[in-house]
Design a binder for this molecule. Structure first.
Ligand SMILES: [Zn+2]
Length: 206
């Protein structure tokens, strides 16, 4: 197994084991010059093998394009407009829950504050295989390591797959903590306090 396929396999499995993707969700890619290596359409990220890593052009289509992930247009747009060399897209449930009614997620835990400060949420009419997301997401990813597409999932970038995986894992850990803090506020202080806590978190007052 080549070292690149090994990396796809390792981090795809970690994404699944950490509950960041369901059986067939998510996708990952790596850029090498004008080539892109991306997970196969409909592949199981927890069980990737050599045949699940598809090589195609960064800009030009070739015969492999039909095998590539349905999100390839977003991956291409990110590579063409940022300095990213690796992308991880996942469906982390706590982050998705928080993304539904927010324009940004402000972590309250120390690791999240240190790494992210803020995680922007991009809301679009269509969120899967979306031209709108492909047009708007790269700009957000020039300023942030990870961005949520509201109600759909995360896109994180790095110079290597491990880095993009790390931001995805850390993002979900921060969102889980924020989610639990909001629940504690509901249990301890009633619904009004929870709304206040949620608004404070949104405004970065936590
Ligand atoms: Zn997705």
């Amino acid at each position: 197994m080549s070292s690149l396929v090994e990396q796809f396999s390792t981090f795809g499995r970690e994404l699944f084991l950490q509950g960041l993707n369901s059986s067939h969700s998510g996708n990952m890619s790596v850029r090498e010059g004008d080539r892109i290596y991306i997970t196969r359409r409909g592949s199981m990220l927890g069980r990737l093998s050599e045949r699940d890593v598809i090589e195609t052009g960064l800009e030009a289509d070739d015969s492999h394009i039909t095998l590539a992930s349905t999100e390839i247009k977003i991956h291409r747009a990110i590579y063409l407009n940022t300095s990213a060399l690796a992308i991880v897209h996942a469906h982390p449930p706590f982050a998705i829950s928080l993304s539904l009614h927010r324009s940004q997620i402000i972590p309250v835990d120390s690791e999240g504050v240190y790494y992210f400060k803020s995680i922007p949420v991009l809301h679009a009419e269509r969120t899967i295989g979306s031209e709108e997301v492909a047009a708007r997401l790269p700009e957000a990813l020039t300023n942030y390591k990870a961005v949520m597409v509201g109600g759909h999932g995360s896109f994180a970038v790095g110079q290597m797959l491990e880095e993009a995986f790390q931001w995805t894992s850390s993002l979900e850990a921060s969102c889980k903590t924020l989610f639990l803090c909001t629940l504690l506020a509901v249990a301890g202080q009633g619904r009004n306090a929870a709304n206040g806590a949620s608004e404070a978190a949104e405004e970065g007052k936590w």
